[in-house]
Design a binder for this molecule. Sequence first.
Ligand code: ADP
Ligand code: MG
Length: 335
Amino acid sequence: MKEAETRTLPGEFQLIRDYFVPLQSPAFAGVVLGIGDDAAVLAVPRTQQLLTTVDTLVEGIHFTASDDPFRLGQKALLVNLSDIAAMGGKPCWYLLSLSLPSDTSLTWIEAFVAGLREASERFGVTVVGGNTTGSKAGRTIGITLFGLVGQGRALTRAGSEPGDRILVTGTIGDAALALAMRQGGLSLAGGEDLAFLQQRLDRPDPRVGLGLAIADAMVVHGMMDVSDGLVADLGHLCAASGVGAQLYAEKVPFSPAARRQLEQNPDLLPLLLTGGEDYELLCTASPGALALLATLADEAGVPLTEIGEITASGDVVVTLENKPLPLDRGGWAHF
Ligand code: ADP
Ligand code: MG
């Protein structure tokens, strides 16, 4: 039997001293001053620009009270890493903002910090500060991540041109399937497939290495990460460039697990294309750049698939085997 947690939360400063200070990597590049003062001091090399992004996970919206805190710690950082990857940057430092109800257990904190530590070490980033408050309405986890990119080298959503090819990394729709199942609406077959799909939802795989290689090679026109659903995010990329897109649904890469679900239920296709949380890179490049891109993806060990092309019109048109594919969901929106 699991022992009941008897340790209550210590004061804010003891929490910082016991858990967040030890989470810092010692002597980390660029950290002039880390946790402990009113602000951290970070050194940005003269040749670089600073990238910054924030993502917040809210109990009741992004996770539930009973969700595994280790995975939450990982995921809070991984989704931010994906944003830095999407700009072609090198992630470096982060701030951790936590709002915690007073009945939060130390066991929860320890597992949460262990998850953060795992992802931090795997991607070579460190915490440099944060904020800790109480909460009367569940836990909130905010991470602000800073990264570096060469002067003028950041890859934005803008810059796509008609005739560009559209490419996406990894596979699309796995997380959407897992989420639909977890939220009760969908029942999926196959134990192993289930575990794979859940893991794609819980543990995104930010494409940091490939993002850096793509920025280095200056080989794409536009880039972003897919978090709100492939179709919606392609729409965002097009809007930023003032172009349209033709997306071929039959070319979109699905995992073997997602394929098996799709074979049993072809009506799942719109969900795969519009559900969110893929955390894959979406980019556009001229046809002449595709060979170099394929080499970079190979070297990074990341699948990269051509799924469509940029058009001059302002719409995103999705077809399946040359027939228009009706999609009723445009992607995730909070309000
Ligand atoms: P201030 O009141 O000046 O904002 P705080 O008392 O909030 O400072 O924080 C003290 C130090 O601890 C700061 O350096 C801050 O960055 C750090 N800190 C606070 N909360 C966290 C946290 N959750 N994770 C990491 N560092 C934290
Ligand atoms: Mg202060």
